[in-house]
Ligand binder design. Structure first.
Ligand SMILES: [Zn+2]
Length: 246
């Protein structure tokens, strides 16, 4: 037996529309071709945060805690692994922000897919991408911060040759660094005691990562990288960023 409703959904929506919006009606997820992100909102702010690789647990825990004390909107990938299930195969969610980058990634992760299956998957991504990008990118003047963790095979040494500028004040810890797209942000971050590189002009080839797209679109974007497990350093760097960047 169903409980009697005190007011219909239609009445409730009419009521809600009188107030412009209600938090209750804001979506809790955004997705692209089945790749889902949970949205966590706190207050009103132009800050956006992203955790996109499901195996980078240090960054996830830090961002969850950060959102308890800071205003902004955070997006958490719904996956326990770096690569996520996609159309019966898999994809790296930080390689799907351009068709060219996604094509390279899909071919490498799904070597048995014939060309027409790759093309179909790329078309699917092309159709859904604008909606996801509109959700992830901040409003004009806002900042998007993506938190990542790395291990032995990736450090600032890989990004330095691709960058427009760099300030490596902590070469002892090459796994901890900022990668930013905005020259004004770079100027401020380069006054920190941490490593920072600027990639204002999306380096080629386009690997389909969000930093490349942000650079191409002139969006203020900062990647905050630290070694997996090194939460203290990532927390210090995030605090420095929050305190100093507008
Ligand atoms: Zn990552």
């Amino acid at each position: 037996m169903s409980r009697p409703a005190t007011c219909s959904r239609r009445e409730f929506l009419a009521f809600a529309s009188l107030f412009g919006w209600l938090p209750f009606f804001r979506p809790g997820h955004v997705s692209l071709a089945g790749v889902r992100f949970r949205i966590v909102r706190s207050g009103r702010s132009k800050r956006r945060y992203l955790w996109i690789h499901g195996n980078e647990e240090t960054a996830r825990g830090l961002l969850l805690r950060h959102m308890q004390a800071h205003d902004g909107t955070a997006f958490f990938i719904e996956s326990p692994t770096r690569n996520v299930p996609f159309e019966g195969g898999q994809i790296d969610p930080n390689r799907m922000f351009s068709r060219a980058g996604a094509e390279i990634n899909l071919k490498s992760l799904n070597p048995d897919w014939p060309p027409e299956r790759i093309a179909h998957a790329l078309d699917l991504l092309d159709r859904g991408r604008p909606k996801l990008i509109a959700a992830l990118f901040p409003p004009a003047g806002g900042l998007l911060v993506a938190l990542h963790n790395n291990s032995e095979d990736y450090s600032v040494a890989h990004e330095e040759p691709l960058s427009d500028a760099g300030s490596l004040r902590d070469r002892e810890h090459p796994h901890a660094f900022f990668l930013c797209t905005d020259p004004a942000d770079f100027k401020i971050l380069s006054e920190s005691p941490y490593n920072v590189v600027l990639q204002q002009h999306a380096p080629q080839p386009d690997d389909g990562s969000l930093s490349r797209l942000a650079a191409a679109r002139g969006v203020r974007y900062v990647n905050l990288e630290s070694r997996l497990g090194n939460r203290d350093r990532q927390e210090d760097m995030l605090a420095w960023l929050e305190w100093h960047l507008p």
